[in-house]
Design a protein around this ligand. Sequence first.
Ligand code: ZN
Length: 135
Amino acid sequence: MAWKESRLYSIFKFKCPRCHEGDMFTPGTLFNPAKFSKMYPKCSCCGQSFEPEPGYYFGAMFVSYAINTALFVAVWVALNVILGDYSITTMVVTIVIMAILFLSLIFRLSRSIWINIFIGYEGPCDQIPKKQGFK
Ligand SMILES: [Zn+2]
């Protein structure tokens, strides 16, 4: 299976889960606090809706929770390796800073992973039927 056909490609490139070509988020806005959460309503290429039903991304919170837990463990390990001896305040401040730095990336990753759980790759955009409307 080619890289472009794998789910990981869609997840990490934030591409449409159905055709892997249309963008899910506006390019160049990842670190813009006002725009990082804005999604296109549907794929500009194949027409796949990015919010098939209201509240679709509720479950993405659990994905986000898992990623944040991994981030916290990574911070804890890094502090132990780098500082060895540190206070609880140092750990809390470091975790808060990392959580803020990675907020937009984790937000997008969790939505991207969530939609990829339910919608699979169907083929290149010009070889699959276009979806009409938002369903
Ligand atoms: Zn698409």
